[in-house]
Write a protein that binds this ligand. Structure first.
Ligand code: GDP
Length: 429
C-alpha cells in the first residue's frame, strides 16, 4: 500500500506502525479483531520508499481466500486496488526514477533472456538515462551559445558561432548521439527482436537462405523468377534473440498487380527494418539493370541508421571458400544456402547486431519509443548541421533535438503517453 492513508490502514489491520525498514511479525486482523493471517509487516516512511510515499507491505501466506480477506480489509480501511504500473508511476511522479528507468522495470519483469534482463538492469540503474543526459547537456551548452548570438547579434562585431566553433561542437554532439543510438538499437533488439529484411534480385537464393536460417521450409523455392510474391515472415530464436525474418518479393519492374502488391509489402517491411541483408549470387551474370535500379532506389530511401550486410550466396557453384570480408560497401559474408557452408558466420553477425555481445556490455534495453526519439533528435541535428541556417532557425532545430532527448527520460512527456507506458505494466508494480 502506498500513499498518505497507509498509516491508517496499518493502524486498522496490524494495530499500529511497525518500526521503519524492519521486518516485524504481526497478526493481520479483521474489523471484529479476528485473525485473518499472520505475516511480516514492513513500513517505509516517505520519501524513503520506492514510490516516495508512505508504504506499508504485508507479507502473508497467500492463497486466494486469505489474500482476498486481507485485501477486503485494506479496502474497507480506505485503500483501493492499484492500477497497472501505478506504484512505478508514483515513483516517477515523485521523482524517485525517470521515465526510462520506469520502463526498464517493466522490461526487467518481462525479460525473456538473461541478456535482456542484464540490459534492463543497466537501464534501471540509470546508465541509459545518464548517456542520454550527457548528450542533452552538450546540446544545452550549444543552445546557450546560439541563443546568446540571437540576443547579442552584433556584439562588438564578434561572430559568436564562428569564434566558438559551433559546428565542430555540433559534430561532437552528433557522434555521441550516434554511439548512444547504436547501443540502444542493440538493446532494443534484445527486447523486441531484430527485424531482418532479405533483399536481392529474384533467384539469388533469398528463400533458400531464409529456410536455412529458420531450419524448416517456410518459403516456396522454385526455379521461376518472381514467384515469391508475398513477404514471408518467420521468427526464429537464436540463443535467446528473436530474429524476425522478412523474405521479400523480388524487387523489379512489373505490371502484374499481384506482384506489385508484393513489392509494396516489401517496402513496408523495409521501413521497419533493423538490418537489411542484400543477397546476390556468386555466379551472377553482371547486370540485370532493371532489377538493380528498382532495388537500389528502395534501399537508398532507408535511413543511414539501418545496419546493412551483404551476402554472396551459392559459393558452391564457384568453388569459393566461405568467408567474411570487411570491404567497400560494408560487411560481406560469402556462403552457400545449399550446403550450409558459412551460415554460422551469418548467424553470428545477426547475434552481434542483436546485442548478443559476449558480456552484453554497453547495451541498453531500449524501447522503440526511445529509438524514435533518438532518431528525431538526430534529424534535427542533421538539419542544423547543414549550415547556412539563420541563427534563429538553427536555435529552433537545436531546441527540437533537445526536446526529443528530454522525452526519453520524461522531462517533457504528454500525459497520454504516460498512460500508455504505465498501462502496460502488470498489476501491483
Ligand atoms: P529467391 O528468388 O531469391 O528467393 O531464390 P530461391 O531461394 O527461390 O532460389 C533460387 C534457386 O537457386 C533455387 O533453384 C535454389 O535451389 C537455388 N539456390 C539457392 N541457394 C543456392 C546455393 O547456395 N547454391 C546453389 N547451387 N543453388 C542455390
Amino acid at each position: 500500500m502506498s500513499g498518505p492513508g497507509a498509516a491508517w490502514v496499518a493502524e486498522g489491520i496490524i494495530g499500529g506502525l511497525p518500526s521503519e525498514r524492519q521486518a516485524s511479525l504481526r497478526t493481520f486482523r479483521d474489523s471484529d479483531g479476528g485473525a485473518l493471517d499472520i505475516g511480516v509487516a514492513l513500513w517505509f516512511a516517505g520519501p524513503r520508499s520506492f514510490t516516495g510515499e508512505d508504504v506499508l507491505e504485508l507479507h502473508g501466506h497467500g492463497g486466494p481466500v486469505v489474500l482476498r480477506g486481507v485485501l477486503e480489509r485494506c479496502v474497507a480501511l480506505g485503500a483501493r486496488l492499484a492500477e497497472p504500473g501505478e506504484f512505478t508511476r508514483r515513483a516517477f511522479v515523485n521523482d524517485r526514477i525517470d521515465l526510462a528507468q520506469a520502463e526498464a522495470i517493466a522490461d526487467l519483469i518481462d525479460a525473456a533472456s538473461e541478456q535482456a534482463a542484464r540490459g534492463a538492469l543497466r537501464s534501471l540503474s540509470g546508465e541509459f538515462s545518464a548517456a542520454v543526459d550527457r548528450v542533452a547537456d552538450a546540446l544545452l551548452d550549444l543552445r546557450i551559445l546560439v541563443e546568446a548570438t540571437l540576443d547579442f547579434p552584433e556584439e562588438d562585431g564578434v561572430d559568436f558561432l564562428a569564434e566558438s566553433d559551433a559546428l565542430q561542437r555540433l559534430g561532437n554532439v552528433r557522434s555521441e548521439l550516434a554511439a548512444v543510438f547504436r547501443a540502444a538499437r542493440q538493446g532494443s533488439a534484445l527486447r523486441e527482436g531484430l527485424v531482418v529484411v532479405l533483399t536481392g534480385a529474384p533467384n539469388v537464393g533469398k528463400s533458400s537462405l531464409l529456410n536455412r536460417l529458420a531450419g524448416d521450409e517456410v518459403a516456396i523455392v522454385t526455379e521461376h523468377p518472381g514467384t515469391t510474391r508475398d513477404t514471408v515472415r518467420q521468427t526464429i530464436v537464436v540463443e535467446g534473440l528473436p530474429i524476425h525474418l522478412v523474405d521479400t518479393a523480388g524487387l523489379r519492374d512489373s505490371d502484374d498487380p499481384v506482384e506489385q502488391l508484393g513489392m509494396q509489402r516489401t517496402r513496408d517491411a523495409l521501413a521497419r527494418a533493423d538490418l537489411v541483408v542484400s543477397v546476390r549470387a556468386a555466379d551472377a551474370v553482371a547486370g540485370d539493370a532493371t532489377v538493380s535500379t528498382v532495388a537500389a532506389r528502395a534501399l537508398e530511401a532507408l535511413p543511414a541508421s539501418v545496419a546493412r550486410l551483404q551476402v554472396v550466396n551459392k559459393i558452391d557453384l564457384t568453388g569459393e571458400a566461405a568467408a567474411e570480408l570487411d570491404g567497400e560497401g560494408g560487411w560481406t559474408i560469402r556462403l552457400s544456402a545449399r550446403t550450409g557452408e558459412g551460415i554460422d558466420r551469418l548467424r553470428a553477425a545477426l547475434l552481434w547486431l542483436g546485442g548478443q555481445t559476449e558480456t552484453g556490455e554497453g547495451v541498453f534495453l531500449a524501447r522503440t519509443r526511445h529509438l524514435a526519439a533518438l532518431q528525431a533528435a538526430e534529424r534535427h541535428l542533421a538539419s542544423a548541421a547543414e549550415g547556412r541556417l539563420p541563427a534563429d532557425l538553427l536555435a529552433e532545430e537545436l531546441r527540437l533535438a533537445h526536446e526529443a532527448l528530454g522525452s526519453i527520460v520524461g522531462r517533457v512527456t504528454p500525459d497520454a503517453l504516460l498512460g500508455e507506458i504505465f498501462g502496460r505494466f502488470c498489476i501491483g508494480k
